[in-house]
Design a protein around this ligand. Structure first.
Ligand SMILES: Nc1ncnc2c1ncn2[C@@H]1O[C@H](COP(=O)(O)OP(=O)(O)OP(=O)(O)O)[C@@H](O)[C@H]1O
Ligand SMILES: [Mg+2]
Length: 294
C-alpha cells in the first residue's frame, strides 16, 4: 500500500513542483522506492521537469494525461483502461546508469475545464451543489488512489488554487508537505492551507490540535542565510509543524527545473543542493516509517 504525500500551498511560486520532483528523485534514488508522481496542476511544471516538453506533448496528443484519465474513468465505464502512466521518467539515473522507478500521471492544460465538465455531469444526479461537489471530489479521490497497490510512495503536486482535484489530494494524503518561502505573505498562506488540511474553520480550532498530531509539515525553501529569514521561519514554527531540514536558495536547484535528455546521478543533478535534499528526505522518510510502526 502506497504512502500518499501531497505537496501543497495556496501561494504560488514557493517551490511545490520543485519539492515534489526532488522528493520523487530522493525516494527512488536513495530509498529504492517505487514512486508515482501525479501532476494536479494545469501549469504542468512537474511533468515538464520529469519528462521534458516533447514527451509531454506526445502524452497530450495520445490522450494520456490526468484530465483524460479523470474524464475517461470518472464513471468507470471505460472498457479497458489504457495505461495513462509514463514510466521511468526523470533525468536522474542510478550510479549504474539504470533509470529510476518513477512513474508519472502527466499534467494537462485542460484539468480545470474537465473538472467543470465532471461537475456538470454529476449535477444531473442531484440539484444540491454541496452534494455534487462532494461526489465529484469523492470520485477523484478514488481515481487518485487507484494505483496504490503498485507503488510505495505517491507524490501529488498540487496547484496553488483550489480545485476538486487539489481538495481530493489533501483529503487522501497521509502527509502534506507545505513548502514556503520565508517572506511576510507566507505566514498567512501557511495558516490558510493548514485550515484546509485539518478541516478547521478558524485558527483557534486549529490550535487545539497538537503540532505533533497534524497531518502536515512546513518546509522552508529558498532560504538565505539572513537573520530575517531565520526569524520568519521561527515564527511559522511557533504555530505550525516545521521540518528541521531546510532547502537553501541554490542555483543548482533552480537549474534542476530543466529536464535534460542525458541522465545524471542525483548528486550530479542537485549539486550543492543534494546535501540539504538528503536531510529533508531523511526527515520525511523517517516520519513515514514511524507512522507505519504506530
Ligand atoms: N531552493 C530553491 N533555490 C532556487 N530556486 C528555486 C528553489 N526552489 C524553487 N526555485 C525556483 O522557483 C521557481 C518556482 O518554483 P516552483 O515552480 O517549484 O514553485 P511552485 O510552488 O510549484 O509554483 P506554482 O504555484 O506556480 O505551481 C522555479 O523557477 C524554481 O526553479
Ligand atoms: Mg507548481
Amino acid at each position: 500500500m502506497a504512502h500518499f504525500l501531497s505537496v501543497a500551498n495556496r501561494k504560488g511560486g514557493v517551490g511545490k513542483s520543485t519539492t515534489a520532483v526532488m522528493l520523487a528523485h530522493a525516494f527512488a534514488a536513495w530509498g529504492g522506492k517505487r514512486v508515482l508522481v501525479m501532476d494536479l496542476d494545469s501549469q504542468c511544471n512537474a511533468s515538464l521537469i520529469l519528462m521534458g516538453g516533447e514527451a509531454w506533448s506526445e502524452a497530450r496528443k495520445k490522450g494520456l494525461t490526468i484530465s483524460d484519465y479523470f474524464f475517461d474513468l470518472f464513471d468507470e465505464t471505460y472498457p479497458e483502461p489504457r495505461d495513462f502512466l509514463a514510466h521511468n521518467v526523470g533525468d536522474v539515473r542510478q550510479a549504474s546508469g539504470k533509470p529510476l522507478a518513477i512513474s508519472l500521471l502527466p499534467g494537462s492544460l485542460m484539468l480545470e475545464d474537465v473538472q467543470g465538465e465532471l461537475y456538470v455531469k454529476e449535477a444531473r444526479q442531484s440539484k444540491d451543489p454541496e452534494v455534487v461537489g462532494q461526489r465529484v471530489r469523492g470520485r477523484l479521490e478514488r481515481l487518485l488512489r487507484r494505483f496504490e497497490q503498485s507503488y510505495d510512495v505517491v507524490i501529488l503536486d498540487c496547484p496553488p488554487g483550489l480545485s476538486f482535484a487539489a481538495l481530493a489530494a489533501l483529503k487522501i494524503a497521509d502527509r502534506v508537505i507545505v513548502p514556503f518561502r520565508p517572506d511576510y505573505v507566507s505566514q498567512l498562506a501557511v495558516d490558510r492551507i493548514a485550515l484546509l488540511i485539518e478541516e478547521k474553520r478558524n485558527e483557534a480550532d486549529l490550535a487545539d490540535i497538537p503540532l505533533a498530531d497534524r497531518r502536515y509539515a512546513c518546509l522552508a525553501n529558498g532560504v538565505r542565510p539572513t537573520g530575517k529569514d531565520r526569524l520568519l521561519i521561527e515564527e511559522i514554527g511557533l504555530l505550525h509543524p516545521l521540518l528541521e531540514a531546510q532547502i537553501p536558495h541554490s542555483d543548482a536547484i533552480a537549474n534542476a527545473f530543466d529536464w535534460e535528455a542525458q541522465g545524471k546521478t542525483i548528486e550530479e543533478k542537485y549539486g550543492a543542493g543534494a546535501v540539504p535534499l538528503r536531510a529533508v528526505y531523511d526527515e520525511i522518510a523517517h516520519s513515514f516509517l514511524m507512522q507505519r510502526a504506530a
